[in-house]
Design a protein around this ligand. Sequence first.
Ligand SMILES: [Zn+2]
Length: 397
Amino acid sequence: MILRAHTVVTMDGPPIEDGAVRVRGERIIEVGKFSDLAGTDQTVDLGEHILLPGLINAHCHLDYTCLRGKIPPPQSFVDWIRAINAEKAKLSAEDYVVSINQGFAEAKQFGTTTIANLTGFPELIAKIDEPIRAWWFTELIDVRRPEQANALLRSTIKSLKAKKNWGVAPHAPFTASPNLYRRCEEVVQRKNAFLTTHLAESREEMQMFRDASGQLYDFLNEMGRDMSDCGGTTPLSQFAKMTDASPAQDWIIAHLNELTESDFDLLAKIPKVSIVHCPRSHAYFGHTDFQFTRLRNLGLNICIGTDSLASNDDLSLFAEMRKFHDRFHFEAQKLLEMVTINPARALKQRDQLGRIRRNFLADMIALPFTKSPNIFETILNFVGKVPWIMLHGKIIP
Ligand SMILES: [Zn+2]
């Protein structure tokens, strides 16, 4: 099949006017001007549309799609943890299955064709038949029972094997033990899977590790967590100590808002991790300003995610790009890389996702073309449901 569109934005060179993409099976086999793509293949003419790669959400928790609007912006991070725990106590396994399915459907509507999804319920994974490409991460917490880290990991891997693409997510250095982090790295090395975690998200997390005080410190201390790792350190240096961060195993790190000068020195030394910034969730919490320019100058692979709807309004990556643009005035083309090329690299898919290029997987979306000085601005300003989606080389409803 040949797809023809007013403009093809390949993310692999300049946009192509009156462009075309030849698709065979689930792959792209040719890209160029429509007039240059000869042959007898059936042509689908998308007319006044921009064809671009499907978007990739590098961090979300579809478990909590049903919590949209339930928790008002909190006074503190600990208040939010308490509030979400209270909401979670009201939900059944069936509620979570519905919630995850609704999340996938919503992400797809907004033109997301690949998603890195963290779930707290590995036993539900086999029940979900996701409509888009997904990397499943099970979120692991052993703060109450660190002695059971190994058993926890064994059982989660059994559940994850229901899916092709998976990884593990020790939740954060304040809820996952050093042993759990290390075991996760070992497993991933053996199984060729993926690693993600939350790091240095809130002021309370920094206060806990740096000063051995604050609300998060007190909350976890009361829970019985061993707090001997707190005081005189930072979340990042704690992470580096726990993990084998020297030859870092391609960690995908969510947030990284709280960084000291010594953390920046450390980041310059350790291998280049991927970082996911979630602009609207960040604003909801009122976190410390994201140090985008400094992190980018260090050569880190920065991606955009939505986080969950317990701290966000919807799963639109277009809305995330706009929020990011409002804050950092970063050029629209580079912003689009943060939801295509960069997350593809984070998921080790840089050779087949995130661009419209020969031999890449045919995951594409089309948006209405409107005249503007810059086609990337048109993409950035797109609002609503994406009218046309192709996944695995098939046009999907
Ligand atoms: Zn998260």
